[in-house]
Write a protein that binds this ligand. Structure first.
Ligand code: BGC
Length: 450
């Protein structure tokens, strides 16, 4: 896939790469395999902020206990200065740990994996620089700083300066690690929720960012690449007026253009804009634009899914959505059919982009053939989880792209909470590596760099 990453044209990126000095060997760690102990994770990047506690033992599968707490991110946290956002996370983890009785008087300070789902230039396992914020986040003072340092400072402000933040990772990487923990065929970790992204396992020597010495020094010779595919854009990616208008109205205009056609934060809004234009041109609602339809955000991805899945004779579910979301109580059957069609096309486009991007990654790693062992993508996120018809659309598109036989070897594993659990597992692996520095490496499933 050609394209633009981080809003920079491909040519600029290539120029940047030429100028960039060779990097020191990228930090490495094993995919978690045999670690034991108690670990926490903080997972932020969508609509909820999550804290996780994982206790690992050496039983088969290794997970003795997992506890989680989800908190909806308050509107103010999306726009407050960065310190406020990080304070919310540190305090949230400490409160949670105390509430479940594993932090506080006489307990060890927490060891934390930090799943921070934004584009970062990762410079060490526990360090990176935030390149940009995406989705609804607009926190001043975040871009250009190290999210791990910000979180450590927040723990100190919250009275827990000894908290150890040992791993920084993207949710796509966490999903890959978490998904692979239970299914070794997993080569891709994909997020399709508020935002979208994928990470995959790549041959180290194929990564231009790693110089040859760094690539060859990696045990197993493989690295995890966070593609940030939501940021791809290309002239061959057709856009509608609705896409361009939606983009212009977002806090990060000109960025994350594929994400804006694919992910849960935007599907409802694309549909709404298409409905406005059909109503204004007289094709829908007899040309009367329902008042509420003019309000951005009134059509959600859940509405799109309900209308698209409406198989009732009179399209009753679509009627209910139009009444609830738009206050449009007297719609004709033809109106409802058209609304359902719009919703279907918006979701189908997303699923076909999803399949195209998955197929491109499989091709990149040579796993798109009709023979060989099966390969799996671990897929997490609300759209994949809750949109009943989505998987069917994506699978059909994969068959179209790869052929029936190759597509039948590709499993799309729906996984839940993998990024949060993955963050805790990677914290365990990082902590284990730090404690055994210099010792012979434990047998590991894979060596990765992030
Ligand atoms: C971010 C990615 C993230 C994805 C899913 C995108 O907006 O750029 O880093 O993985 O959302 O959360």
């Amino acid at each position: 896939m050609r394209g633009r990453e981080g809003g920079r044209p491909a040519s600029a990126r290539a120029r940047g790469r030429e100028k960039r000095p060779a990097r020191p060997p990228t930090p490495t760690l094993s995919f978690p395999s045999h670690e034991t102990g108690h670990y926490f994770a903080i997972d932020i990047g969508g609509t909820n902020f999550r804290v996780v506690y994982v206790s690992l033992d050496d039983s088969p599968g290794g997970v003795a206990a997992v506890e989680m707490r989800d908190t909806p991110i308050p509107d103010a946290a999306y726009i407050c200065p960065a310190a406020g956002l990080f304070d919310m996370m540190a305090r949230g983890l400490l409160d949670f740990g105390r509430d479940i009785g594993v932090l506080g008087e006489g307990e060890q300070p927490p060891t934390v994996g930090f799943c921070f789902s934004f584009p970062c230039d990762q410079t060490a396992l526990d360090a990176g620089v935030l390149l940009k914020l995406t989705k609804r986040f607009q926190n001043e003072g975040a871009v250009g700083t190290d999210p791990v340092e910000q979180l450590r400072a927040a723990f100190a402000r919250a009275g827990e300066p000894a908290a150890k933040v040992v791993a920084l990772l993207n949710d796509s990487v966490g999903t890959l690690a978490g998904g692979r923990y239970t299914d070794p065929a997993v080569e891709l970790g994909v997020i399709l929720g508020t935002g979208t992204n994928a990470a995959y396992v790549e041959t180290a020597t194929s990564v231009p960012k790693l110089d040859a010495a760094a690539a060859n020094s990696l045990r197993g010779g493989r690295v995890v690449v966070n593609t940030e595919w939501g940021g791809f854009a290309d002239d061959s990616l057709p856009t509608l007026d609705a896409d361009r208008e939606l983009d212009a109205a977002t806090p990060h205009a000109g960025e994350q253009l594929m994400e804006k056609q694919m992910s849960g934060m935007y599907l409802g809004e694309v549909a709404r804009r298409l409905l406005v234009s059909l109503a204004s041109s007289g094709v829908l609602f007899s040309g009367r634009v329902p008042k509420r339809l003019a309000e951005p955000g009134c059509v959600t991805t859940a509405h799109v899914a309900r209308c698209d899945g409406d198989r009732s004779l009179a399209l009753a579910a679509t009627a209910a959505v139009l009444a609830d979301a738009l206050g449009a109580t007297t719609t004709s059957y033809l109106d409802r059919r058209l609304v359902r069609r719009v919703c279907h096309l918006v979701a189908l486009r997303s699923a076909r982009l999803f399949a195209t991007a998955v197929a491109a990654l499989l091709r990149q790693i040579g796993r798109d053939a009709s023979s060989g062992p099966p390969v799996a993508a671990a897929v997490d996120g609300g759209v994949f989880e809750h949109y009943a018809l989505y998987r069917g659309y994506a699978t059909a598109a994969l068959v179209e792209l790869l052929g029936r036989s190759a597509a039948s070897r590709v499993r799309l594993n729906r996984v839940r909470d993998a990024s949060s659990r993955g963050a805790a597992f990677l914290a365990a692996a990082a902590d284990h590596a730090a404690q055994h520095a210099g010792a012979a490496p434990a047998p590991a499933r894979e060596l990765v760099a992030v």
